[in-house]
Design a protein around this ligand. Structure first.
Ligand code: SAM
Length: 248
């Protein structure tokens, strides 16, 4: 593990929207208990979901640099680094505390504090962008998706793992009970920050359905967009390609 400070692009630019400042502050507060709570609140399913998302990325993405966007405590970064040893892996998040809490998991990763909607990378830098449970937190999903498309190489692949707004009746009931009762109560008790877990519950209910998200990706210019449900649609994976080489 290196002791070098994590470069903070947001601090250098000195501008941040109100929504982003609130969300960033919330993730800063829950960073110390984030991993523990993730496991408890998903009954360990989060690990399986991330492994499935990385397998999908490995099948779809050509070799080349990989970006874990909204990397948080870097569980997906670690899986990416293990799946393609020696490949460049970059973890981006706007919360330094989340990255600090996870950076010991991937000593070889490049870590950058930056806003997902204004990435400090040239066009066409990455072969694979993964975003786990991050897209629903962005102030503007379409702006984030366009920025991801910009940093992908032609034929590169974008994999989203997300808790979309459910459409099936059974999953709707599960999400409703979970968001109203389990998330704020258990999350509040363990983290000491009930408000933060109320925000997370609201962000699930207010987000797009998986089908709407697939449409949005198509509209911003991705090709070959397809989604797959995990655990009865509680979570989903969406794979999309940057048009160009190998894109359908
Ligand atoms: C629910 S956590 C998911 C973390 C991780 N990907 C995982 O699989 O557990 C969402 C993360 O997105 C980050 N995030 C939210 N909005 C962001 C933005 N606009 N730019 C960069 N990171 C953002 C938060 O700081 C947080 O670490």
């Amino acid at each position: 593990m290196t002791a070098a400070p994590i470069p903070d692009v947001i601090a250098r630019r000195g501008v941040e929207a109100v929504h982003d400042r609130a969300a960033r502050g919330m993730f800063e507060r829950i960073a110390p208990t984030y991993d523990l709570l993730n496991g408890v609140l998903s009954a360990g399913l989060d690990r399986r979901w991330r492994a499935r998302a990385v397998r999908a990325g490995m099948q779809a993405a050509p070799p080349g640099p990989m970006l874990d966007l909204c990397a948080g405590t870097m569980d997906l970064t670690a899986l990416l680094a293990r799946a393609r040893p020696g490949e460049r892996v970059v973890a981006v998040d706007f919360s330094p505390a989340m990255l600090e809490a996870g950076k010991h998991k991937v000593p070889g990763a490049e870590i950058v504090v930056a806003d997902a909607t204004r990435l400090p990378f040239d066009d066409g830098t990455f072969s694979l962008v993964m975003c786990g449970f991050g897209m629903r937190n962005l102030g503007d999903t379409a702006v984030g998706a366009r920025e991801i498309l910009r940093v992908l190489r032609p034929g590169g692949c974008f994999v989203t793992l997300e808790l979309f707004r459910p459409e099936r009746v059974t999953t709707k009931a599960f999400h409703f009970a979970y968001a109203r009762a389990v998330l704020p109560v258990v999350g509040g008790l363990v983290s000491g920050d009930r408000g933060a877990y109320r925000y997370l519950a609201r962000s699930m209910a207010g987000f797009l359905s998986c089908a709407e998200y697939e449409t949005l990706l198509g509209e911003v210019g991705f090709a070959g967009v397809f989604g797959a449900d995990l655990t009865l649609g509680v979570a989903s994976i969406v794979v999309a390609r940057a048009p160009g080489k190998g894109a359908s």
